[in-house]
Design a protein around this ligand. Sequence first.
Ligand code: NAP
Length: 265
Amino acid sequence: MGLLDGRNAIIFGLANERSIAWGITQAFHREGATLGISYAGETLERRVRPLAGQVASKWVQECDVTRDDQIAAAAESAEKSFGKIDVLVHSIAFAGREELTGPFYNTSREGFKNALDISVFSFIALAKAFQPLLNPGASLMCLTYYGSVKVAPHYNVMGVAKAALESSTRYLAYDFGPQKIRVNAISAGPIRTLAAAGVGGFRDMYKHFADMSPMRENVTIEDVGNAAVFLASDLSRHITGEVLYVDSGFNTVGVQMNPREETKE
Ligand code: NAP
């Protein structure tokens, strides 16, 4: 018996086998979900189709979330394939490379709009478009990062976008609550993916994280996938509007000491 047997789950934001969306897709597959996968655009199709084949995805659909017509088309075709949906995962973010290095005050108006449109508004738009398809007990989730609540140098406008995404999660949870539909966010520690490669100083941040987190370990897309199974399943039946940290405890530490200095005493 899988934890997601009999559930239809669709996942937005698969780019390649390093994507967090891939960790989630594999974990859902292991737990028996019937899967649907959406990707951003034609250039990704070549990489996404073979991955979708590995998990017998029933639905593979292009959807550029900046396009209302593509969001509507995705909902329409998902309804034809699945009828109803039980789980929707938003694993999408974008900010121009020039916005992710140097001082935050250099954020451009266009860069701000793009980052918030693609990384935040799209979650609201997908929730609205798929609302008629959602079964009672359904679970929606998105991916966020600690740069929403504390400064992570270079993360800049993405930190602001993630703060808005976490707030949107709470407002959506309030709206969908009466239908017994839950909305949560997973805040993952740094993981080497395509999106992460665009963040200035990511390598250092990744290493610092492993040195400084209580568990002294980076997290993997498999860890995030397992947390997503929890949020997608009845195990989290009355949990909504929350941000679940999958970060080896990094966010719990206020003053970070060099671990080598600590062991000297
Ligand atoms: P990823 O593999 O690059 O996934 C990001 C996805 O967003 C890609 O599939 C990307 O497609 C898609 N996307 C961008 N613009 C889009 C658009 N207009 N329409 C539809 N899709 C679009 O990187 P990832 O790290 O797994 O990111 C997934 C989520 O996890 C993001 O929300 C990210 O902020 C979050 N997160 C990542 C980390 C980390 O350290 N990696 C930590 C915490 C949270 P394209 O490749 O075509 O742009």
